[in-house]
Design a protein. Structure first.
Ligand code: AMP
Length: 256
């Protein structure tokens, strides 16, 4: 087992700074009942991203930008890797980038690790800077798969304000809560990911169900939302992802 600066520690070992109280949510009789507050964390970390220079905005005008949303264990990471390979896109995996940052011995890294182990959301400024830095570091890429974004409405709006354009499409991996919990618990055992244990998974689900809903509405109104039923075998899910990508007019003639 690889120990990553305490990254494999379950969040039950982390002192809680947020009360877990609030209304129970009715997600069906067979699903675990999740109680708690919205998954937001109060900290001094930046809430807004740095503005882009006109030249940087120009660079991000033409590549395809695809947001990929879904709860923990819905399979978005695996499918993003497959899509990135097939279409030569750059995979911007936020969870992965944040875990790398969390392993640094800096105060900022420690704060991020603490937030993630509790299953809460890292402040928007950090997320936007991370996405933009990664996209700008791949100027030749014809497409970006931004995996795990946006997770709350302010992130969606900040992206448009800073980058100056919306995404081309938003994929949502739709999965039952039971499936997500089962997959995430299994991954926690195999990969020793500290936030893949029960208390953190439940908090991440709470965060997902409460904060993502307004984001879905926002993109539904722009006609950018594409639901992908993510309960089936990975190859069937991949086929659905490919048909979404290939239906984008801007990619006409691209079949991988
Ligand atoms: P994931 O690997 O996508 O399940 O993300 C793992 C954790 O990283 C989440 O539970 C959050 O703590 C953090 N995270 C990932 N994406 C975001 C985001 N867009 N905004 C805030 N926090 C995020």
């Amino acid at each position: 087992m690889i120990l990553l600066n305490g990254w494999d520690r379950c969040p039950c070992d982390v002192e809680p700074s947020q009360e877990r109280s609030g209304p129970e949510r009715g997600w069906g009789a067979t699903t675990p009942r999740v109680v708690g507050r919205m998954g937001l964390f109060k900290s001094k970390l930046p809430k807004t991203g740095r503005p882009l220079r006109p030249k940087e905005k120009e660079m991000l005008k033409s590549p395809l930008i695809i947001f990929v949303m879904g709860g923990p264990g819905c399979g978005k990471g695996t499918q993003c890797k497959n899509m990135a390979t097939k279409y030569g896109f750059c995979h911007v995996g936020l969870g992965q980038l944040l875990r790398q940052e969390a392993q640094r011995g800096t105060r900022r890294g420690q704060k991020i690790r603490e937030i993630m182990l509790r299953g809460l959301l890292v402040p928007t400024g950090i997320i936007l800077d991370m996405i933009n830095d990664k996209m700008l570091s791949c100027p030749e890429s014809r497409g970006f798969l931004i995996d795990g974004f946006p997770r709350e409405l302010i992130q969606a709006k900040e992206f448009e304000r800073i980058v100056g354009r919306p995404p081309d499409v938003v994929m949502v991996f739709d999965c039952s809560m039971e499936t997500m919990v089962r997959r995430a618990l299994h991954r926690g055992q195999v990969e020793h990911r500290g936030d893949d244990c029960e208390p953190a998974i439940l908090q991440r689900l709470e965060t997902h169900y409460t904060l993502c809903e307004p984001v879905f509405t926002f993109y539904q109104q722009k006609n950018l939302l594409r639901n992908i039923l993510a309960e089936e075998a990975p190859e069937n899910i991949f086929a659905k992802c490919c048909s979404v990508i290939e239906s984008l007019q801007r990619l006409e003639g691209v079949g991988g």
